[in-house]
Design a binder for this molecule. Structure first.
Ligand SMILES: [Zn+2]
Length: 314
């Protein structure tokens, strides 16, 4: 099965030509050439890499799953997924999710432009190229006016380094199961992806890298999915911006961060289950009032956590 994912709402000229693909076609042509000249029965090889892209119509902020079925082989090479957009070329690791089945996650963010991504999948000497259309999305805008000369709190080097280490995790094991659950029962006060103007000037590198829950001080924070506690940081250790913070490694490049906590109930290295109490809502760090900030990172980039709650990404 050849899966090409195209958003039909966006018209693109000659997308079929764009999907120049593929090694396998060339190999098949060669085989046909041989068949025409040598009258021996040769069975044509089946497509060795079957690729499915989920969701079918991704938008900025979505996590794109590249699910790859490979032929059973004695020495299985893990497929590699490379994505080219307008400005960047990124490689994402694929991890085993079943026998002869792998998956790589492609994060998308509000900082990117919508449009076509060329997704190249290589493995076992095969190569596939797919055109994936990422649709635009309107993110809410906030206008913030700061008094002149008012500088925000600055993160410490230690804080930045520990948080960067957390976001860089690409653990081969998959710890989560099923859909994620809300880490707090309160309503969402600030959605993912909000853009800002400061004193009328657009902050081009800023977007709200997570969702905020308006829970009261001390209200329970639970793990949205299973994982390993990879970061516990406190104001006393220098987490000036994040405040008291917990990071959970869900595995396979998926990491949660919980900020501004009043209370922390876990230690680094603990394994937690979905729904397990991990801390309490607070207003520590750079925060103007009690709330929970939950950021979900995929391969180092902050994506919208909400689709992870509404659907099971197994
Ligand atoms: Zn927030």
């Amino acid at each position: 099965m050849t899966t090409q994912t195209v958003n039909p709402q966006h018209k693109l000229p000659n997308l079929s030509n764009f999907n120049i693909i593929n090694y396998t076609n060339k190999i098949k042509k060669t085989f046909i050439g041989i068949l025409a000249t040598i009258p021996i029965a040769i069975t044509l090889p089946v497509q060795a890499l079957e690729v499915e892209i989920i969701p079918k119509q991704p938008e900025l902020g979505d996590t794109i799953s590249v699910v790859i079925d490979v032929e059973p082989q004695e020495t299985q090479n893990i497929p590699v997924v490379t994505v080219k957009n307008q400005t960047e070329n990124n490689t994402y690791p694929a991890f085993a999710i079943a026998p002869n089945k792998y998956r790589a996650f492609i994060p998308t963010t509000p900082l990117e432009k919508p449009g076509v991504r060329t997704v190249r999948i290589t493995g076992n000497g095969q190569e596939r190229n797919l055109a994936v259309l990422v649709g635009d999305r309107d993110f809410p805008v906030q206008r913030i006016n700061l008094p002149p000369g008012k500088a925000g709190v600055k993160a410490t080097e230690y804080e930045l380094q520990r948080v960067a280490q957390l976001k860089a995790l690409q653990t081969p094991e998959k710890y989560w199961e099923r859909a994620f659950i809300a880490p707090n029962k309160a309503r969402i006060s600030t959605k993912y992806g909000v853009r800002r103007y400061y004193n009328g000037k657009f902050a081009k590198d800023y977007y709200h890298r997570g969702v905020d829950y308006a829970g009261g001080a001390g209200s329970p924070v639970v793990a949205p999915a299973a994982g390993r506690v990879a970061l516990v940081g406190t104001v006393a250790q220098g987490f000036r911006v994040h405040g008291n913070v917990i990071g959970i490694d869900h595995g396979q490049g998926v990491v949660s961060i919980f900020m501004h906590l009043s209370k922390i109930n876990v230690q680094e290295g603990d394994f937690v289950k979905a729904g397990q109490l991990i801390g309490g809502i607070g207003s520590t760090g750079a925060s103007t009032g009690p709330h929970l900030h939950w950021g979900l990172y995929v391969n180092g980039k902050s994506i919208d956590p909400i689709p992870w709650k509404s659907q099971s990404i197994d």
